[in-house]
Write a protein that binds this ligand. Sequence first.
Ligand SMILES: Nc1ncnc2c1ncn2[C@@H]1O[C@H](COP(=O)(O)OP(=O)(O)OP(=O)(O)O)[C@@H](O)[C@H]1O
Length: 771
Amino acid sequence: MFLHIPDISFVAVGNTSLETEDQGFETEELSPQSNYGSSNILVAVRCRPFSTKELQTNNQSIIRVLDANSLIVLTGGSKIRRNKPETFIFDYVFNETASQKEIFEKSTLTLIDGVLNGFNSTIFAYGATGTGKTYTMIGDGNSAGIIPAAFTDLFTKIEANQRERTYSVRMSYLEIYNESLKDLIYPSNIVLDIREDPIKGIIVSNLTEYMATNIQEVMECLNLGNQRRTVESNEVNVVSSRSHAILQIIIESRDKASGIESELTIGKLSMVDLAGSERNIMTNNKGIRLIEGSNINKSLLALGNCINALSERNERGGRIFIPYRDSKLTRLLKDSLGGNCKTVMIACISPYFECCLDTLNTLKYARRAKTIKTCIKRNIVNTSHHIANYTTIIAQLRQEVSSLKSLLIQNKSGNFSPVGVEGHQIEINKHFQAEAKIRKKLFKIQQWKDDIGFILFSKQTELNHLKSQKERDENLLNSLGAEIETLTASLNNQWIEEEKMNIKLKELESKRNEFYRTWMSSGLSESQLSSLKIYLKENIFSMNMISLNKGKKSESSFIKQKDAYIKQLEEQLKLRDNIIKKNQKILKDSNLRASPELKEAYEQIQTLKEVNSSSILTPDFSSKPYTSLTPGPSDKSLIFPPVLNSQRSRLKRKSEIIPPNFSLNRPKRKTSFESPKRTGINFLHPEASKMSLHNRSLSGIKAKAENSYSQISIEKNKPKSKAPANSIADKYKQSLYIQRPSKYPIQRKSRIFQVRNYFSQIRKVSSTYVM
Ligand SMILES: Nc1ncnc2c1ncn2[C@@H]1O[C@H](COP(=O)(O)OP(=O)(O)OP(=O)(O)O)[C@@H](O)[C@H]1O
């Protein structure tokens, strides 16, 4: 997994010692117990064996390794105008026979423990081209170099300590090629930039860190990075590195036993494989290789200058400027050379006489580097958890304790749950599958009922119409009656089926509670119980969602069907009215009188019109099954299709408004203002009587007003008897006028408002009745 971290602290962590702060630092060696100390750069020299090419010309080595710490460079080779052999002393000197393992154990092994304890360490290989830097750091196919060996040791130690501590390992790998930084693990076009942070130290922005969990992952990253590294061949080395490669591994660890307050140690290990210094006479480079070589030399020169300045400062003391900013390499290695870091330098040299000058230069720089002192500090961050986290920590610990307790009880009593959590989950699944099945059936029944209800409604309307005719087709009447009977029977069956399903569903719903009791007695732990409870709740929630969605679906389809039916009826009515108008016009134009039958038909239509405009009965067929085919208390009643359960609550309000034995017989009209029935609306309902009361109080106000100071007269012309209910209210409103302006306009206004309000309420009631 790649973790892209924009700012990566490079080499140093914690308080990076600044140049000025380093002055006068006590030069004491770091003991394993102490958190602070100073340390000289450890310098080891490794001399590589002759290459096959070199062996062919001159196999006389210019290097004489005297012992484990010293060597002599023999001079007098053809290109060296010096006669005196020069002796060098270092921390370690390895001859050409030294194995990779030996190099690692002596130079790097001690650093690993330090890194795991929160110290920063750097190990870098320095030397001319072809001297064995890459071989030492990375190795070849046959023998692993320092980097893979360090990884192996690191992960072995992490695994060994994993019972006591938790570790996190992050890794980054970059190269400096022609003075620009490149991410070797996760290459991209994003510019990597070096920044300096007073707390974090050197930072490479936009560099990717790889979160490694095992040695294999780290090795894969290393190999991937090595393949991406820029290499070319020159006269001296067939596979010459054209860039400086820096691999960094950050290890954070924490004691597992720590409670609310814990110590986080952060150690860093940086391993650097530098490109070799080049003399053009030796490499014979041209073009781009020449530019690369000059950039390599420039950065190595800057590194040399820094080493010189640092060693001078250590020898002479005082404030000496260290030119870290001269190259990217020295900027990145700033902490490794003069900051909070334990550093190891492996100087690689060649035994070949032609390379004598390079060898001497390398050894001189290495000698200088040996005098450089770095101050080392253990990177420990005290992470005391925020007070807000305490409750979570306590809850977690409590849960742990209770689960351990229940485990103990189980072990003692041997009362294990026979099915386990997964078994209980399967039971829950089965249960809700059965519930879902019944809900599906119920939904289907509801749809059936809707459909049959609609057909029944239209058939019944047709039957009523037929019955109202004088000359009726008895055959049609009978067949319609038979159809209605079959439909009713089928609807009744659906009702019975629905009832059965509802009982089953209720049984299943009550079983939900039984789950808890079973779990409690099956010896499950607290955490297992809570996870099962959550699982059950999730299932109940999704079950409710299914019901809700289905209810919505059926409701909308019901409304759509109803709308379509109303539209159809309206169109039929329009057509009928047009025909009547045309017929009447023909009769009038031809001075003809309508026959008594036609007159009667017109009257019948007129009556139906009034019924439509006044109110429509909406019996709730869904509340109980049909028992007979009797359409209702009156032949003029219009029966609406059955109502869905989901609509009941909505319609409940309306059914409250409509009295149970509501008669559609036209009410007797009264001319007085007080009569609520004059609007053509039946006011038998409590709401209507309220309106009537209100109406009476208004008339009281009116009477008072007449007596006192203003005269409000309401035209008492009764509305045209056959006017539709909706328009009646409007007509009253129009006929209401104030004859004389009041002396008290505010009072007058409020009265007008009251009267207006009354009419708006009338309209509200009338619109509720007329669906
Ligand atoms: N100690 C050694 N034992 C055996 N072979 C070695 C040893 N050191 C170096 N070599 C061989 O020498 C050759 C050059 O080594 P290497 O590529 O490591 O040099 P380098 O210093 O990294 O060069 P450059 O700076 O050009 O990248 C390689 O073929 C390598 O296998």
